[in-house]
Ligand binder design. Structure first.
Ligand code: SAH
Length: 364
């Protein structure tokens, strides 16, 4: 007997494939994350210690505080324009922005100049963000999409946004490159396959000598870079994108589902698990240079937070809260771990060509 699909989304996708044929990995990932009815980020995103996965702002308040202070320095380097917009893309529970704004409270002129804009398609997360930011007393505006932002001097922050944007996977078969698809197997279960027609679009240079079975991942960041270029056509823009991934384009399948802090097969519980793929920072940097921006030399999260003074920030916090000192120290160590988040996470800095180099990056 054929096993029943594991989730309502698995059932809907099974029906969709039975009726319309194979779907691409990109369409599968998009449905898992943003299907209006069953998508993970539309229904039950669970970010935090007791949930599916944990992110840097949920580990330590120093993360958001330092990004807040970074924003103030970047704003001053722009000539302290007033008004300007501080934008966060994919703010999750709103923790990072709340921590950033607390740190910014002491910066002269900042509160009067800033307009907070959050780009968040998920109604569930918007509610959490509203709660987290309610105490700041500042006006917060939400938009669904980065394309909805208006032109203005802007500072944009995004932590773990790129990794949830859907990827295309292309596989080298004995008959050449084919897009990876999702089909139904003999028992009507979701499984991987490849398209019948050849892949005709350009592939990165690493594909040239790849063996049969090799897989390339492509993620189109040009809509984000293009939207940034539009809001920054006449106004200064500075942006930070923090995420995990690799410095140079490589080969290999990095699509992974995570639920309750453990990886699981991607077809186990579509819509109920987070689904991500590593960021290719070489391709990401190219998307922004192609859109006319300057891109700073890629930093690791450890180098970047170190340069912003995380050690000093942590020791001040520890002296102010002696009872929590051990916990604060451990959280910061986790963000900085050379074999862990400190090096797996990278920081991409992007600025308008007229601005000086962004703070926190190596210029050499
Ligand atoms: N930055 C947060 C949350 C990361 S999870 C943190 O570090 O904890 C990814 C976030 O991106 C969620 O808020 C999700 O709803 C949002 N998101 C997903 N697709 C998006 C899109 N296309 N544009 C903007 N945000 C998106």
């Amino acid at each position: 007997m054929t096993p029943a699909p594991s989730t309502p989304l698995a059932k809907a996708l099974t029906r969709r494939i039975a009726e319309g044929g194979p779907i691409t990995v990109r369409a599968f990932m998009d449905a898992c994350l943003t299907d209006p009815e069953h998508g993970y980020y539309r229904t039950r995103p669970a970010i935090g210690g007791a949930a599916d996965f944990i992110t840097a702002p949920e580990i330590s308040q120093t993360f958001g505080e330092l990004l807040g202070l970074w924003s103030a320095v970047a704003w001053q380097a722009m000539g302290a324009p007033s008004p300007f917009q501080l934008v966060e893309l994919g703010p999750g529970r709103g923790t990072m922005m709340a921590d950033a704004l607390r740190a910014l409270g002491r910066i002269a002129g900042f509160a009067a100049a800033v307009r907070i804009v959050l780009v968040e398609p998920s109604p569930v997360l918007r509610e959490m963000q509203r709660t987290a930011l309610g105490r700041t007393g500042l006006d917060v505006q939400w938009v669904d999409d980065i394309g909805d932002l208006v032109p203005a001097p802007s500072i944009l922050l995004a932590n773990e946004l790129f990794d949830v944007l859907p990827i295309t996977q292309v596989v080298r078969t004995a008959d050449g490159w084919r897009e990876r698809t999702v089909v139904l197997d003999a028992e009507d279960r979701l499984s991987f396959s490849v398209a019948r027609e050849p892949w005709l679009s350009p592939l990165p240079a690493v594909a040239a000598h790849a063996p049969v079975g090799a897989l390339v991942e492509l993620r189109d960041l040009s809509p984000i870079a293009g939207a940034l270029a539009r809001i920054g056509a006449r106004e200064p823009v500075a942006a930070l994108f923090i995420d995990y991934g690799h410095e140079a384009t490589g080969l290999g399948d990095t699509l992974q589902a995570v639920r309750r802090h453990a990886a699981e097969p991607v077809f186990e519980a579509p819509g109920k698990a987070d689904l991500t793929a590593h960021v290719d920072f070489e391709a990401a940097a190219r998307a922004f240079t192609d859109a006319g921006f300057q891109v700073e030399r890629l930093s690791t999260q450890g180098e970047f937070l170190g340069a912003l003074g995380i050690a000093e920030r942590a020791s001040r916090l520890m002296s102010a809260n002696p009872a929590r000192a051990g916990e604060i120290e451990m959280a910061v160590a986790r963000l900085m771990a050379p074999e862990g988040m400190g090096s797996r996470f990278k920081v991409l800095g992007v600025r308008s060509p007229g601005l000086p180099p962004l703070p926190g990056f190596h210029t050499a």
